[in-house]
Design a protein around this ligand. Sequence first.
Ligand code: M6R
Length: 598
Amino acid sequence: MCGIVGYVGDDDALPVILDGLKRLEYRGYDSAGVCLRTDPLTVHKKAGEVDELVEAAPESSEATCGVGHTRWSTHGEPTDENAHPHADEARRYAVVHNGIIDNHAELRDELEDRGHVFESDTDTEVVPHLLSEAEGELVERLGAVVERLEGSYALACVSADSDEVVVARQDSPLVVGHGDDANYVGSDVTAFVEHTRRVSYLHDGDIARVTADSIEVWNDGESVDRAVETVDWDVEAAEKGGYEHYMLKEIHEQPRALRKTVSERTDEVEGEALLDVSDEVLAEHDRVEFVACGTSYHAALYARRLFEEYADISATAEYASEYDGPHAPEETLVVAVTQSGETADTLSATRRAAREGATTVAVTNTVGSTAARETDETVYIRAGPEIGVAATKTFASQVVTLALVAVAAGRARDALPASEASSVLADLRDVPGAVQRVLDNEDRVAETAEEYGWDDAFFYVGRRLGYPVALEGALKLKEISYDHAEGFPAGELKHGPLALVTPDTPVLAVMTDGTRPRETLNNVKEVESRGAPVVAVTSSDADEGARLADTVFRVPSLGDMEPLLANVYLQMFAYHVARLKDRPIDKPRNLAKSVTVE
Ligand code: M6R
């Protein structure tokens, strides 16, 4: 994905756009650029991070309108030429784009035949050339151009002729911000939240003209109103707040985020989870299929077990990109787990499910996201903005939210007695405090990272609810430290991966309640006898695992949520190993916060 920001108002557009790009950098940091509305248009762009663009661009400008972009490369290398914005030869039209234009090659051939000269290898560059050939005002030109485009796009365009930003959206998020004497455009609210919290989310097919004092939206040629909503977080929530990295801040924010996740959602007296999802939807389906990617997939794997346990319902979790559609659409509830609500693989799996007749639910962090809008029901995880590319607090909030949904399903299906539901809900309410107690051990985790962090390969093992946590621990480490890390079901080690275990491959074992720790102990013995150091995360009262491991971290007693607490140790371990190695923790190479291409 990429980040888009646009501004039209009374002030100098350049600093507003550069500030927005800094905030959006988590969406991509291969290159950055800005186009200012002058006549002809002025474009500054640079490969690398936004700071490189800031150095290359002037400190101020005369322009009061412009667009900016921070790029995660799909088509074309991360070079100056391929950086957005892209403009036509005469610098009359310029465009920033998030998404992929599938038919760009054919459009480019056609334009080159008519004499257009291209400067980049991107799919995007066809758009300004097409705009230059179209007729009418910018909004009419863009309307005509999008008719010719196949694929996904959030496009923000400026012309040398007028102070306005014209945008179009198809399968890629775009939001407009309503300010005082100024209006804004962003690929998400972070782009401009320091200026306004009043926003309208655009829908697929929308084209909008944004001027300093108006925002007009059309869909299919008809003028439409898009509701003005107020985002309930501010710029502080998206800033580092004294932490060295967003990731560390977000790890430490987990107690607060989780309090929001559970707040007013547990009625322990009645044994009810209070959610917006309807009882009928939960009661009437005999099967749940979770679809998700990356960390969200691990949350789904965790939830799958909780659904089977609390709701006595057959549940599967699949990588969204591998999903072939629901097995029995009428009987199946398809749950898309997605922090951003914009992951292309997850959206396309959910759309397939809906087309085949399944009821769909989104479990997401992002109000107004595509997943929230396209599914039958939405449950928000309420984690607040997450900027670090490596997901941390949102994993915790996803698991707790999904546990609440599993309780609600259990009650709706008469599978979970009220007394048992009350006890699960009490545990969920206690998660924030228990996470804080784990966080209080950060110094010991940092020491452990120093002791073992210099090895190059790490194995993570766990059973049952410990298995998704093993996968998540390994994903976190590989994402930010660039070390080889793999998660396995503990019992599978001896069926192959044990061949890789040596004294230089630390094994991190999740052995809390809810993970069959006794069985995992045998696997710990197997790796110990091959000389591998073992770091075990155990329940507070576990003796045996503790005796065998080289380092032991304990979690407070909390039933099925203990593996989630173990994950907090693994997050801190990954963070401190990456810090030791001086990695760019918030912006790991080749990755982006949300992946809006398949
Ligand atoms: O926004 P989503 O939850 O749909 O994103 C899914 C994955 O791309 C995401 O979890 C990714 O794996 C993170 N970088 C993990 O830290």
